[in-house]
Design a protein around this ligand. Structure first.
Ligand code: GGG
Length: 352
């Protein structure tokens, strides 16, 4: 198989972890006889520094021409301390999602047994958890109108959804549920928000087309609690952009660390694959970041992007083997175990 992959390393730890995702993809190509070619492009703070634009036109053009995009992270501490900055790294990420029509963000909560003991949640609560989140990605407060009053004392972000946006991601989530345990939980705040009432109404309509799937509706506050109390009750979770962003960061603690969760954004064109973690500037350039989320994002490129199931399983199996042999980056180390062998980013990447 011939495929062209655009690598967008981005900011902070993005380049360090993405280098290992790319290396794994190159190795898969050699081992299984595929021709993977690569190009690289800028996005985020590095792109602002180089061109003044968080998503340069050249990056978008290259993205449109590629078969898959492997992305790292965007963000920089300097913008966190300057909330009035007009141009921000995150704008690049939001714009590329919108431009490529990447409306469905799949975030599997993949649980490696070896990490159960290291979690702050009891292993018996976690064991057997297998959740696939569908986070809507091109609507919500992220893209609704933003205002600030002239005296700068009042601000608003419009939480907006159109029926078609809910319909298209609902179809994707229901189709996934049909292939899994045929259970879908839609998370909203329909007791308070009008956009959530539209969300629920629409999901109820779509549900009629999938009578084999059992649908549950849950309020976001309850879902946040249930996720920690009894994560096994969830299988496919369908939710809006902001709720999905928050719930999956919470769910990363089930998997052990943000450094373990990969994601796939799909929709109208080239798929976009990235760890769910951000740029983590506090540890950038120190060989401390966990490259496994980037490597697991490569497993998603192989499975979802290219339909290479055996190759994808091989990558996941190698991550599992590294963990079984006791290798850990700092974020997933078990402080109560003397069997962990702590590795840096590069050593973990090389090992896999
Ligand atoms: N790899 C994920 C990443 O870079 N996240 C930073 C970020 O700003 N994300 C915005 C969002 O996904 O809500």
């Amino acid at each position: 198989m011939k495929k062209h992959i655009l690598v967008i390393p981005g900011d902070g730890i993005g380049p360090e972890v993405t280098a290992w995702g790319k290396a794994v993809l190159e190795q898969v190509g050699k081992t299984f006889g595929h021709e993977f070619t690569f190009d690289e492009a800028l996005m985020g703070h590095v792109a602002i520094e180089a061109t003044g634009d968080p998503l340069p036109d050249e990056t978008l053009e290259k993205a449109r021409k590629s078969d898959a995009i492997l992305f790292g992270a965007v963000g920089h501490a300097k913008y966190d301390n300057d909330p009035s900055a007009k141009v921000r790294p995150e704008q690049g990420l939001l714009k590329i999602r919108k431009e490529l029509g990447l409306y469905a963000n799949l975030r599997p909560i993949m649980l490696f047994d070896e990490l159960l003991q290291a979690s702050s949640i009891k292993p018996e609560i976690l064991q057997g958890t297998d959740i696939l989140f569908f986070r809507e990605l091109t609507g919500d407060v992220y893209f609704g109108e933003k205002t600030r009053s002239e005296d700068r004392q009042t601000a608003s972000d419009l939480m907006i959804y159109h029926r078609y946006e809910v319909e298209r991601i609902a179809h994707k989530a229901y189709q996934a549920a049909q292939q899994r345990s045929k259970r879908l939980c839609s998370v909203d705040k329909a007791n308070v928000l009008e956009s959530s009432r539209l969300w629920r109404e629409t999901v109820q309509e779509i549900a009629k087309q999938y009578p084999d799937v059992q649908t549950e509706h849950m309020f976001i506050d309850n879902a946040a609690m249930q996720l920690i109390k009894n994560p096994k009750q969830f299988d496919v979770v369908l939710t809006a952009n902001l709720f999905g962003d928050i719930l999956t960061d919470e769910a990363s603690q089930i998997a052990g660390s943000m450094g373990m969760l990969a994601s796939a954004s799909v929709g109208e064109s080239t798929g976009f694959y990235e760890p769910i973690h951000g740029s983590a500037h506090d540890i950038a350039g120190q060989n401390k970041a966990n490259p496994l989320a980037s490597i697991l994002s490569v497993a998603l490129i192989l499975e979802i992007g290219f339909g290479l199931i055996e190759e994808s399983k091989a990558v996941v199996a190698l991550v599992d083997r590294a963990l079984k042999e006791g290798y850990r980056t700092g974020d997933i180390a078990d402080s109560n175990s003397d069997k962990n062998k702590i590795l840096g980013t590069a050593e973990m990447g090389k090992l896999v």
